[in-house]
Ligand binder design. Sequence first.
Ligand code: ADP
Length: 319
Amino acid sequence: KVVVVGSFNVDHVWTTAALPRAGETLSGEYATGPGGKGFNQAVAARRAGADTAFVCALGDDMGGQLARALAAADGIDLRGQRSERSTGTAGVYVDGEGRNSIVIGAGANADLSPAFIASRRDLIAAADVLLAQLESPAEAVLAALRAARASGVITLLNPAPANAVVTAELLSATDILTPNETEFSALLARHVGERIEGDAVAALDQARLHALCRELSPAGTVVVTLGASGCFVSHAEDVRRGDDNAYYRIAAEPVRAIDTTGAGDAFNGALAAAIASAPDAPFAEPIRRAGRYAALSTERQGAAASMPQAADVQARFGP
Ligand code: ADP
């Protein structure tokens, strides 16, 4: 079982020829749908095959109803804290070249509280893996990680978005940390005192990357996702989970990517599901499963909507 703690947003997306400037009025194609890193990752975990619960905060409005209906449609056990604020939203403009401008209204997501997490302690204790991100208040995420730890549940933290403040307490409550290159760069600046640009990360020597990961999270596993270049795994000596090597790189699956939005969410949800289904397997195995799942998600438009079913992944890549 996977318990995901995180955000739900209603995304509003306008596709325009150019991004709007101050004072400008444009017209464009409009689409709306579910989003939020928490929800995207919960959908990925569920469709990758895990029994999944999603703990979030929702407004008493149409967005909240949408979250409940979509979770039910996917068979996700939704536990929503009721908030006075409106359900989270994201306003997105996308131009003809695929560049975007995004404004997030955290709304209800900002209300997710340690007290609500505490009231779901039994649910968390029954999980194999707890998965969280940082579009929710850090104190609620920390409460969830600590509740999981106290029950021997594996904790997985996707330290996204990159501008979120990742405290030392969050890092030490995390078993598996999964930054992308930008997030890894921000973490190194804050916790290791190293300035390495995000786009320079993939080219770093593996032994050097491993040393940086060890400094960042001495007792945990770090998985740095590198987009089309796959990912890099760094284990602490005592958490190798059957892998012979303390660090290694795993290539991405070759696909025809058309929309990589949500690739990280697909990867994290599928990784949590794969670990939950075989907690004692060598770690490279769930990492490969997550990579296949995320790769397939990039062949479809959208975030939550583009999450493949386990059967689609098998049909494409085999069991
Ligand atoms: P984020 O979406 O958080 O920036 P990444 O871009 O690093 O995350 O993608 C997460 C994972 O998704 C990668 O480690 C890789 O396994 C997979 N992935 C992303 N982009 C591609 C791609 N173009 N082709 C194949 N796999 C991809």
